[in-house]
Design a protein around this ligand. Structure first.
Ligand code: NDP
Length: 476
């Protein structure tokens, strides 16, 4: 008997994906650079389903039915290229290589183009949900050629997370579309985490609540519109007490947030596309600031002064922070979806944003109740310019804005850093503004660089002769 699908790269993620396929009744070919991991998988989990282990790449390829489906789950970057170089010569036209690692979408575009020339299908598939998701049902975002989805999709849909029986897996679009969407998913995850962290900080520093009390608040919020995996685990983390000291767990962890790079990639791509993902950018920068111990120490040593304002808030702090968190979260998602739409246009991917919200409803880290509303918004209006103008979200921010402003003001007055809340609000007000000071910037640009400007009252480009006495305006 031949295997329907193969997995090469059997560290935590690959191993769990392979087991997930086997548990769904598929025969799974197994391969890893070093045979130890393959052997271990079969010894420990062989009873879960049908596996065909191979020591060599050639045996592994021979054990697969055609067209071959080879899932690559190795360290992203050079290792992925090494594995592709090893397998491509062993495959035949029509076979599929599926990169399920966290590749950069531009690498995926490059690899897809190179393998297409050899008649091979290359599918860059975003997989979210970590180790547990890989085993019990991840959210899967496959890109690559549409034809390959016919042969591959049903297997991926089998192992994906489900919502009301519907799989969290859909063909995202050609070439790098899947990895792009996975990248933005991670960027949104950064923003969501930062906002939650700011909410905690305000409740603690202004409200004077202990971590355990804040855990209860998050648990309460989790029952409402903020209901999501990240809110749920936040409550768990805040509840945790350190065994050796008896202190709250959050107080014994070094306050320097690390990152692996997908948030940074999201911001880099957004800068190139010219899409303002300020929420994601602030969250990446906030991690960078936290992780700069030398600069923080210098600031502490110099005694950079803080405000003397009393720790009060002109309103119901808990209720206001909930509103600020929800409104800022809407902004972060609106920005992320706008980035997906911009890239879709740039690369001709034809991504359905509503379908992305749909496949993020389970399996992945940003799974949340409110993704249903995002899906509905795009189902109603696929060309929606921004989520903020959809009825549900418009209503939510209208109801939240006063509280949101109070929270941002409290943070500023009391010297508590809340770049996520503040920048989300500034973005909102920027979108709302009838006139922006961008007009003045155009004037400055024209002054020093003759960059020209447009007028509100007539067509054409204009330049003012700033260096002359009469500063006459001329057509440009
Ligand atoms: P790692 O990223 O730690 O990668 C280890 C695997 O890569 C091993 O199988 C290793 O083989 C193989 N490998 C490394 N270098 C080479 C090489 N030059 N040639 C061949 N194989 C090589 O494993 P993870 O399971 O954590 O992650 C796999 C992928 O999934 C990564 O791209 C990661 O970004 C992505 N991902 C991870 C998530 C997570 O929560 N961990 C979530 C979503 C995606 P060997 O055993 O021989 O060393």
């Amino acid at each position: 008997e031949k295997a329907q699908i193969g997995v090469t790269g059997l560290a935590v993620m690959g191993r769990n994906l392979a087991r997930n396929f086997a548990r769904h009744g598929h025969t799974v070919a197994l391969h890893n650079r070093s045979y130890g991991r393959t052997k271990e998988l079969v010894e420990e989990f062989g009873h879960e389903g049908k596996f065909i282990p191979s020591e060599s790449a050639a045996d592994f390829v021979a054990s697969l039915e055609r067209p071959r489906r080879v899932v690559i789950m190795v360290k992203a970057g050079g290792p992925t290229d090494a594995v592709i170089d090893e397998f491509a010569p062993l495959l035949e036209p029509g076979d599929m290589l599926i990169d399920a690692g966290n590749a950069h979408y531009l690498d995926t575009r490059r690899r897809e183009a190179a393998l297409k020339a050899k008649g091979l299908h290359f599918v860059g598939a975003g997989v979210s949900g970590g180790e547990e998701g890989a085993l019990h049902g991840p959210s899967i975002m496959p890109g690559g050629p549409k034809e390959s989805y016919d042969a591959l999709g049903p297997l991926l849909e089998d192992i994906a997370a489900k919502v009301d029986g519907e799989p969290c897996c859909v063909h995202v679009g050609p070439d790098g579309a899947g990895h792009f969407v996975k990248m933005v998913h991670n960027g949104i995850e950064y923003a969501d985490m930062q906002l939650i962290a700011e909410a905690y900080d305000l409740l603690r520093q202004v409200g004077g609540h202990e971590p355990a009390e804040i855990a209860a608040i998050f648990q309460d919020w989790n029952e409402g519109r903020l209901g999501s995996y990240l809110i749920e685990i936040t409550a768990e983390v805040l509840k945790q007490v350190d065994a050796s000291t008896g202190k709250p767990f959050v107080d014994i962890v070094v306050d320097q947030a690390e990152q692996k790079g997908t948030g940074r990639w999201t911001v880099q791509a957004a800068l190139d596309l010219g899409v303002p993902v300020s929420g994601i950018a602030e969250s990446v920068f906030a991690r960078a600031l936290s992780g700069g111990p030398d600069v923080r120490k210098a600031a502490a040593d110099a005694g950079l002064p803080g405000p003397t304002a009393e720790k009060t808030h002109a309103g119901d702090l808990k209720a206001d922070v909930e509103q600020a968190l929800f409104a800022s979260k809407i902004v972060a998602y609106a920005q992320g979806f706008q980035q997906i739409q911009a890239a879709s246009k740039e690369y001709g991917w034809d991504i359905d944003p509503g379908a992305m919200a749909k496949i993020w409803r389970a399996g992945c880290i940003i799974r949340a109740k409110f993704l249903d509303f995002i899906k509905q918004a795009y189902d109603k209006q696929p060309e929606l310019a921004t989520l903020l103008v959809d009825d549900y979200f418009l209503d939510a921010v209208s109801g939240a804005q006063d509280a949101w402003r109070r929270v941002a003001a409290t943070a500023a007055q009391q010297g508590i850093p809340a770049p996520g809340f503040a920048s989300a609000l500034a973005y909102y007000d920027g979108l709302r503004a009838k006139r922006l000071p961008a007009a003045l910037i155009q004037g400055q640009r024209d002054f020093f660089g003759a960059h020209t400007y447009h007028r509100v009252d007539k067509d054409g480009s204009f330049h003012t002769l700033w260096a002359t006495e009469d500063r006459k305006e001329v057509d440009a």
